[in-house]
Design a protein around this ligand. Structure first.
Ligand SMILES: C[S@@+](CC[C@H](N)C(=O)[O-])C[C@H]1O[C@@H](n2cnc3c(N)ncnc32)[C@H](O)[C@@H]1O
Length: 404
């Protein structure tokens, strides 16, 4: 008898069990073995193993599911410990799923932690994919169980390097398919240049490379703007970065007369142009616009200004609020989305805009705006690219400019 997993029944009961087990044929015993793993009956397993020592390596001939798969999926830690103690192998089933895949997909945090902390199981790789291209980590994300994801990410096979090489962010660019499965919005995101300081300094805003990647606020803004009707209006997106909200507006059924998707950084503007082409959008212009230089602004008046996460240095505030108000005549509207905190100057900007636009409206972003925007529904990609959607709270602001 092994000392590691305690016996759950009395000595007499165990003796009765041994008598019952002795009556079984090998194939009955194998069936009983898998069922006992599934239902967590550790003493039946103990009796079966004593009588049929080779049963430890039994798995279902068709599916390849082993006792360890069964116990892991159902969260029976004493059984898992018993099997591992008796050197049950950590094999894949016919679909390429390891017991770790099954534990992760069923949100069994204690089993995942046990596997990821065991040296005796050999080279566990939490990023190893099954035949459907899903790793235990992907399954863990889908289970939405925090303890599961935490244990998987802490394992040494989930190094940042490896995560990034699985993740397409390690390439120079990635094209995301967003929001709609049938007609996704295609947005190319570029690898961040100067990733250690993408914000540049206030004197050199053209060196700001933050717009090369998508900020989560822009996904929230795009979802908000999707529900609006734009016909006959002219819209400009400020500091658009990859241009998700502007392109969402331009691709809507009631599209505006004209959309300017603007930014200052030349590479960012080039990328916006690329994204406009990718989506085949008409009446949409990638505009190199410098807030400080009126000559670069749209040559016609606009009705709506939109923007996301534009304030992150207090010194920008007076400039940005005057650009918004000058671009919009009275009757114009500014739609803005930002996280509720953590941006230098944000409070001052919002206070200033509220004073200038007394009809302002402020709403907490509805829950559905925080969900995975990727058409693929891939939770691992979602986490890797847009984790601010899971960690920050976003606020929607509407600022109608009053009559002069
Ligand atoms: C933090 S990013 C946000 C990008 C985008 N709105 C998003 O949410 O994904 C700020 C953007 O503002 C742009 N920007 C900064 N200063 C600017 C200026 N003076 N004129 C025009 N755009 C500017 C940057 O180039 C950058 O693309």
């Amino acid at each position: 008898m092994d000392l590691k997993t305690p016996q759950e029944i009395s000595i007499e009961e165990f003796k009765d069990l041994e008598v019952e087990v002795a009556k079984l044929t090998t194939s009955d015993a194998e069936r009983e073995w898998l069922e006992s793993c599934r239902y967590g009956e550790v003493d039946v397993l103990r009796a079966l193993l004593a009588r049929f020592p080779a049963i430890i390596s039994h798995s279902d001939t068709k599916s390849g599911n082993s006792g360890l798969h069964m116990a892991s999926a159902n969260g029976h830690l004493p059984v898992v410990e018993f099997l591992v103690y008796h050197k049950h192998s950590f094999t894949k089933n016919a679909s390429g799923n390891t017991p770790l895949h099954w534990a992760a997909s069923n949100g069994q945090a204690s089993i995942v932690s046990f596997f990821t902390s065991q040296k005796c199981l050999g080279d566990i790789d939490v990023l190893e994919k099954n035949r459907f291209g899903r790793s235990a980590l992907t399954e863990g994300f889908s289970s939405q169980k925090e303890g599961v994801v935490e244990a998987l990410l802490e394992h040494n096979s989930a190094t940042e390097e490896k995560l990034l090489s699985v993740d397409s962010k390690s390439k120079s660019h990635v094209v995301h398919e967003l929001f709609d499965k049938e007609r996704p919005l295609l947005i190319r995101e570029l690898a961040m240049i100067n990733a250690d300081n993408p914000f540049a300094d206030a004197d050199n805003p053209d060196q700001d490379t933050t717009g090369l990647s998508i900020w989560s606020a822009s996904l929230v803004l795009a979802r908000w703007l999707k529900s609006k009707s734009w016909s006959k209006s002219r819209v400009v997106e400020l500091g658009a970065g990859c241009g998700v909200p502007g392109l969402m507006v331009a691709s809507s059924e009631m599209a505006p007369q004209k959309v300017y998707v603007s930014d200052l950084n030349p590479l960012t503007v080039e990328n916006i142009g690329h994204n406009i082409k990718l989506n085949g959008l008409k009446d949409t212009e990638a505009l190199r616009m410098d807030w400080c230089d009126k000559d670069t602004w749209p040559k016609e008046s606009v009705d709506v200004v939109v923007g996301s996460d534009l304030v992150y240095q207090k010194s920008l505030v007076p400039l940005l609020s005057s650009v918004v108000l000058e671009l919009l005549g009275s009757g114009g509207v500014f739609y803005y989305v930002a996280p509720d905190s953590g941006r230098d100057g944000l409070e001052t900007f919002i206070d200033q805009m509220k004073r200038r636009c007394p009809g302002w409206v402020q709403i907490d972003a509805p829950e559905e705006y925080y969900t995975n925007p990727l058409s693929s529904g891939d939770d691992e990609d979602f986490f890797l690219h847009f984790n601010e959607l899971s960690t920050l709270k976003f606020i929607l602001y509407e600022f109608p400019v009053p009559p002069a």
